[in-house]
Design a protein around this ligand. Structure first.
Ligand code: F6R
Length: 607
């Protein structure tokens, strides 16, 4: 939702904070600010708008002196995106500055309490209560004030704090929002995401919930919520800086689309051994697989659509009934889930509030939980019984692409692995494993087979609405294709199960209405073809996604997108690729801010 950074060392802090904020800008980008301590004085600079404006205002950080500081990039929740509401927030006595990512749920009552005690509020944010509480509880030790403050807060927070009484020190506090410490040589850092740290250090510590850290240039100390010092292991980040750079592409989204063959290979290849799927991380789940009577997949947004795409293979191959539920619905649905249910929770960031709540709800009902996550050490990964990482590398564009395909790939792996362990793969049956092994190649082919997408974008970019239709796995891919189109191009796009058209939606079909028809399942081809004929006879322009040699569809459609022929159980991860490219080029034609679409943020840590 927001991104925070902190630095302490011997170098000028502001340029390092700004650099870190640029890496975190995908988390929120409506206002930003830094607070830097120079001796006992704190300078605060805030802007409404992007980090670029903050850089301009501070001359790239050159006109803010000091070697210790904190920074914030905001996605507004409480209070409009204005300079007053931008972080850092200062205490009334000017001794403390705070940045915050998360939500303070009890801020209204805290605000009333603090106001009645004479504290003056300058913003409409929930965050401001934190800095006044710290001032209220400060009796000469920031650490103690933080413990007392944290005890009063309900909700989620990653905090960065500086205090004029302790020059050269930064404090970081974590509760249900990501926060990682970077351990450097003679300097130390914290950030909401490792992408902000890797240009400076690969040695990191993932703070646990309820912990806080006291960092100076020379030392990093971590304490639990009672103030007891604890030891935490230093982890090494394995990917390099280039992974989080654009690498010559115009946008992160395009780079990430192109990275999909490699990302899916990194997800799949290490888990195939001697022709079998081996997923070490799920040993516990596999040993109890015989007791599982149903599987529930839960997630939000694209991660949910990944679940919809993977559901077919999982159910068909394992023989276990699988249902998908939106996490935001599941958490309030009093679900019929028990110890015989396996709940698969999918999240790229591992920090999505609804997904975390659904996971906790299922865990409380005794379900076994398996997380499919990209961000190492994230909350979802820690809460689940087992975690399978997607190894997609950093995904910076707000609209997910390689995050989604690698999630689908993990579900395919689970499907084949479960089938094998349950004795449902006939002896010597190598087809499914070979299909998975071929997936990265098929995705590359899907990229290469569609050089005409920019021209198609030129034709369709002014459409008022786009309908996506398909059946089964085609429908699942259509859901994600329509979401991609909406979120980055701002065109109205809707996905329908093709058979549902005549139950209402067909009323919207008129002359030149674009309909994107996904036809990548031979068994259902004739059925979708009849839907194409229905919409065409009402004037629609049909852009079909299918195989090169699929003559009937080729002659029925006005325009074409292609994928290589893939087993339909595993085709959604390939079908989505031309649709991602189409959305990308339509958004580009329309001059949209592709990597940072309006009103969105990469990780949705609020309900
Ligand atoms: C869309 C998109 C979102 C996320 C959703 C869940 O492109 O990225 O719909 O998929 O917010 O996020 P994670 O996977 O981080 O839980």
């Amino acid at each position: 939702m927001c991104g925070i950074v902190g630095f302490t060392g011997a170098r000028s802090a502001a340029p390092i904070l700004l650099d870190g904020l640029k890496k975190l800008e995908y988390r929120g980008y409506d206002s930003a600010g830094i607070a830097v301590m120079d001796g006992p004085a704190i300078s605060v600079v805030k802007v409404k708008g992007r980090i670029a404006s903050l850089c301009e205002r501070t001359d790239g950080g050159q006109n803010v002196s000091g070697v210790t500081g904190i920074g914030h990039t905001r996605w507004a929740t409480h209070g409009a995106p204005t300079e007053e509401n931008a972080h850092p927030h200062l205490s009334n006595d000017g001794r403390f500055a705070v940045v915050h990512n998360g939500i303070i749920e009890n801020y209204v009552s805290l605000r009333e309490e603090l106001m009645s005690e004479g504290y003056r509020f300058e913003s409409e944010t929930d965050t401001e209560v934190i800095v006044h509480l710290i001032e209220k509880y400060y009796r000469g030790s920031v650490r103690e004030a933080l413990v007392r403050t944290a005890n009063r807060l309900q909700g989620s927070y990653a905090l960065g704090v500086i205090c004029t009484e302790e020059t050269g020190r930064i404090y970081a506090v974590r509760e249900a929002s990501p926060l990682i410490l970077g351990i450097g040589a003679g300097e130390n850092y914290f950030a909401s995401d490792v992408t902000a740290l890797v240009p400076y250090t690969r040695n990191v510590i993932y703070l646990e919930d309820g912990e806080f850290a006291e960092l100076s240039a020379e030392s990093v100390r971590i304490f639990d919520c009672t103030g007891q010092e604890v030891r935490r292991k230093v982890s090494r980040v394995m990917w390099d800086v280039q992974a989080a750079e654009k690498g010559g592409y115009e946008h992160f989204m395009l780079k990430e689309i192109m990275e999909q063959p490699a990302a899916v290979k990194a997800t799949i290849a290490p888990r195939i051994r001697n022709g079998r799927i081996e997923i070490e991380e799920i040993g516990g789940i596999l040993s109890g697989l015989g007791d599982i009577r149903s599987i529930v997949i839960t997630a939000c947004g694209s991660a949910y659509y990944a679940g919809c795409a993977g559901r077919y293979a999982l159910e068909r191959l394992s023989g276990i009934p699988v249902r998908t539920e939106l996490a935001s619905e599941l958490r309030y649905s009093d679900p019929l889930i028990d110890g015989h249910t396996l709940v698969i929770v999918i999240s790229q960031s591992g920090e999505t509030a609804d997904t975390i709540a659904a996971l906790k709800e299922c865990r409380d009902r005794g379900a076994r939980t398996l997380a499919v996550v990209n961000v190492v050490g994230s909350t979802v990964a820690r809460l689940a019984d087992s975690t399978v990482y997607t190894w997609a590398g950093p995904e910076i564009a707000v609209a997910t692409t390689k995050g989604y395909t690698t999630q689908v790939a993990v579900l395919y792996l689970l499907a084949v692995c479960f089938a094998d362990r349950l004795g449902r793969l006939p002896e010597g049956e190598s087809g499914p494993v070979e299909s998975l092994q071929a997936l990265p190649r098929r995705i590359q082919q899907a990229i290469d087979m569609n050089p005409g997408i920019p021209a198609l974008a030129g034709k369709y970019h002014e459409s008022r609405a786009l309908f996506f239709i398909g059946r089964n796995t085609d429908y699942a891919a259509a859901l994600e294709g329509a979401l991609k189109m909406k979120e980055i191009s701002y065109l109205h796009a809707e996905a329908y199960a093709a058979g549902e058209l005549k139950h209402g939606t067909i009323a919207l079909i008129e002359e030149h209405q674009p309909v994107i028809a996904l036809c990548c399942n031979r068994a259902l081809m004739e059925k979708t073809l009849s839907n194409i004929v229905e919409v065409k006879s009402r004037g629609a322009e049909v852009l079909a996604l299918t195989f090169r040699n699929n003559q009937k569809i080729l002659s029925a459609a006005d325009d074409l997108l292609f994928i290589p022929e893939v087993d339909p159980l595993f085709s959604a991860a390939v079908e989505i690729v031309p649709l991602q490219l189409l959305a990308y080029h339509v958004a580009r034609e329309n001059g949209c801010d592709i990597d940072k679409p309006k009103n969105l943020a990469k990780s949705v840590t609020v309900e």
